[in-house]
Design a binder for this molecule. Sequence first.
Ligand code: BV8
Ligand code: ZN
Length: 236
Amino acid sequence: MEQTREWLKQARSVAVLTGAGVSAESGVPTFRGKQGLWRTYRPEDLANPQALHRDPRLVREWYNCRRSAIAKAHPNPCHYALADLEQRIPEFTLVSQNVDDLHEQAGSRNVLKIHGDIWLVRCTECGRQHIDPRPCLPELPPYCHCGGILRPGVVWFGEDLPQNVWCRALEAARAADLFLVIGTSAVVYPAASLVRIAKRAGARVVEMNIAETVITSEIDAFLPGPCGEILPKLIS
Ligand code: BV8
Ligand code: ZN
């Protein structure tokens, strides 16, 4: 922790990659692991375009259940600590794999949402999209005025990430002196590649997680424990 505190003090530019573990302490289920969402559902059955056509009802119900969990959730100390860091560090970029809005609710103003936003709905026909804040979308599946099915505005497996957001995330990783990886299993690509890209570009990489992950052996420091406790301690 001391060494990371030092690196944070010396860093001119900091980039952070967050995953579902950051929202876990807010009561939002993660994907993998014991209580993970994928235990009940398989990703290939839900988080991909084919699933929407094969079983729109199942996909809509899954996203409705996640929307309701997120609607009840509030930011936790890790979200607030990241918003605080954004204020303090001139060159600070928060890249999130999370589709919830807890970073924004905690005050983070410039979140690169590389996997999209669960509150966004997008028409599969005309592409029109809008934020629909209702915890549960009423009709299953909801339709656009043009008759197309409305899908969640998130990035599914096999889909490209939003290019402009992804390019900014790449730039931030390459420019970082310090790269923090918080609450992610680091198994989803290309998001997880940011770690190696930052390392190769000369950043010190620090991971915060309750358990070691596939990247732990490649990084400079591992801070074990719930990020809602670790990060506020690190920046205090
Ligand atoms: C792409 C949808 C180019 C939104 C998600 C074959 C065909 C096509 C692609 C692929 C393929 N094989 C591989 C790929 C690439 C694929 C991929 O990476 N697959 C993996 C799984 C093998 N990636 C893609 O498809 C990406 N697109 O490559 O496009 C392309 C285009 C066409 C064809 C080929 C390639 C798209 C990836 C985005 C997928 N969308 N979700 C949604 O509904 O949410 S991914 C899903 O996993 C989530 O979005 C989440 O963001 C992501 C990562 O999960 P984590 O956030 O890490 O969560 P997880 O539960 O895994 O881990 C939680 C961690 O927190 C744990 O480590 C735990 O210990 C820790 N933790 C828990 N509590 C705490 C904590 N830590 C600290 N404190 C705590 N309190
Ligand atoms: Zn439409």
